[in-house]
Design a protein around this ligand. Sequence first.
Ligand SMILES: [Zn+2]
Length: 682
Amino acid sequence: MSKTVDLAAHPLTVWQGPLGLPDFSRIGDDDFGPVFDAALAAHRAEIDAIAGNSEAPTIENTLAALELAGEALDHVSSIFWCRAGAHTNDTIQAMERDISPKMSRHFSAISMNEELFARIDDLYQRRDSLKLDPETLRVLEKTWKGFVRSGAKLDAEGKKRLAAINEELSSLGTRFGQNVLADERDWALFLDEADLAGLPDFLKSAMAEAAEMRGQKGRYAVTLSRSIYEPFSTFSERRDLRETAFRAFIMRGQNGGTTDNTDVVRDMLKLRAEKAKLLGYGSFAALKLDDTMAKTPKAVHDLLDPVWEKALEKAAADQKELERLATEAGSNEKFAAWDWRFYQEKLRAEKFAFDEAELKPYLQLERVIDACFDVATKLFGITFEEKKGVTVWHPDARAFVVKNADGSERGLFLADYFARPSKRSGAWMSALRSGYKLGNGATPVIYNIMNFAKPPAGEAALLSVDEAKTLFHEFGHALHGMLTDVTWPSVSGTSVSRDFVELPSQLYEHWLTVPAVLEKHALHVKTGKPMPKALLDKMLAARTFGAGFATVEFTASALIDMAYHARPDAPAEPLRYEAETLEKLHMPDTIAMRHRTPHFGHVFAGDGYSAGYYSYMWSEVLDADAFSAFEETGDAFNPELAERLRKNIYAAGGSKDPEELYTAFRGKMPSPEAMMVKRGLV
Ligand SMILES: [Zn+2]
């Protein structure tokens, strides 16, 4: 099949459209399959040539050759995944199911290639005598570690055991997720009109739809989907129903029978501990944290423990106030976990009565885009020039040329802002091509995808505050890709550890609410007047409300994740261990963990955030601390600091250890202080 594809001439692999982009008008949906097959075969041949090279290994003939191999595969993949997310159809979807396992087999074969590893290992052992620049040394070390973590150094028996463990973990992870899904699907509390006291209309209609889907048209269903459960427990006046829903929600995955996850978790923790030991690590957390900014469980605790103490104090104070409200409302029951959200909402309405819709006319999409660009120009000197009439994957997607301060071209920024049925939900950043200098080098082609509602023709698109923040967030990721200034492709742009990658994006959000930015760009769609400061202040004040509860429920889950994985062995009875650990932590019985063990999908439905749930908060610490550096100077655009930020964070990718990068920018490691202030905990 691949015989007919000429990779040196195909529009998927050779980009000859406007601005050097792929010519999307010449790419058919049916092209992907054969081009993928040809590109995979070409990459395999390149790998074989590197592995089988009769010359002694050098950085050029091994490490650089490995990094530059697979260009056709990179090109077809980046276009395919862009289409799969931003503009898909049945053909693309069917192909996705075919291509995902093909790709994973392909890359796992490379990481198991013994001849290839022998050459990398040879370079690694001689690394001190090779006189490498720091970036090359880091890429060599990361590459070597990647092989080792995939089991390259194990003997045949060890390799076999590792493969068996990985396979078993992957099927247990799938089962875990399916069990939670089954419990969520099978439970529903059917209500009638008379049971709906306090519920807002949006919730009633969601519950009506949920009931109809379950064959009870005309009734209302409370389900265990977070989008129904949370508002229900926030608004329902019926304490008995709130309790029923609460108990069902926290027991997902622990209801006995075939969908119970108790044994799945026990087996997974055992296998993870064994895997860590096999690979030479003291614990599974040590294995997972090895290539992160935090590096060790101790560093994670140094962050989480003080936050936990403050959160407990704040939650205890908040609970007193909620108990007062409950008593005033005539309740004489002991305040319980199913009361918290309900009374917190009453308190919020009392303290921060405030309509988000008032803000919307001030946040026009076009002006918020301008604000993103403007901040980037002020901080980093780059400018953006839209090229009209350049069609990429969809007519709504737009192309901008990114220029350096001296007018030279830095790369391209593509943006596709409006929702449509062919686009998956959410917002994200990705690259059609990463920027790097190795070999012939490449300039970055970065894109942002959003899902804003498209306005009727001739009207301006207006954003909510959250949407404007999302635009800044994803643009921050895009800057990480566009400002990259590294040699090696594998450390370009966002190729950094999980607990560092959200720094450039979350940090960028801070500039949205800088007064000078709002004064210039947040102008009323009809009157052109800037947003009143009082309105903004009200919105900002409301943001820290309820932080005690939110921080306790999050941090409890993060601490349990760490407790499971930082031990050298696995607990015999994980759920008992969860209960004992929470007791030691003085977890209040009026707040539940955000995710209890039997349904903690981040940690058990696959490997994604195992020993990594902390990283959401870690990133928040980084962005709060980083922005406070600007606040300390009294200038949100302090040029000297902005240059340090560009050089060490946005341009550096993964070329250095994140701790070293952060310290070079900030002069010290971050402390959780600024985050706790931002959250309203202190
Ligand atoms: Zn992000």
